[in-house]
Design a binder for this molecule. Structure first.
Ligand code: HEM
Length: 122
């Protein structure tokens, strides 16, 4: 079982996106949007390191990155994303880490969905 550190998060991110890419619902969106997978995986490992370990490694802007794909993304897809995240974290991470990662992803998914589906200005 993996610990909540940069090494564990790197393995988790690789395993999660390997599943995302072959998922019938999520796969096509990611495979169309992402040209450079090694770069995306690096970015997502940095993101989770910043979120869970406050490492400051991630400098991006997740909200616009998702808003620009909002015509292809639905709330049901977020449920699928979170189910796959729960499955992968439960399988790979020590239980406390899996719970913390699921809790955090659920909150971030909520705020991304608010930004994507309930904007008044476009
Ligand atoms: C980037 C899709 C949920 C975190 C992306 C990109 C896509 C995508 C297509 C690439 C954007 C681009 O460069 O064009 C989705 C879909 C989701 C989902 C379909 C659910 C249905 C989430 C959640 C999180 C997350 C729940 C966090 C907990 C990120 C981050 C990036 C990203 C950090 C990188 C943004 C950047 O470029 O700095 N996502 N995403 N995503 N996603 Fe998601």
């Amino acid at each position: 079982m993996l610990e909540l550190d940069d090494k564990g998060l790197g393995v988790l991110v690789d395993a999660f996106y390997a599943r995302v890419r072959t998922d019938p619902a999520l796969g096509p969106i990611f495979n169309d949007a992402i040209a450079d997978w090694p770069e995306h995986l690096e970015k997502l490992a940095a993101f989770w390191s910043s979120v869970m370990l406050t490492s400051g490694r991630y400098k991006g802007q997740p909200v616009p990155a998702h808003v620009k794909h909002k015509h292809h993304i639905t709330p049901a897809l977020f449920d699928r994303w979170l189910a796959l995240w729960a499955q992968t974290t439960n399988e790979l991470m020590v239980p406390d880490a899996a719970e913390a990662l699921q809790d955090r992803a659920g909150r971030i998914a909520q705020s991304l969905q608010l930004a994507m589906f309930f904007r008044l200005d476009d």
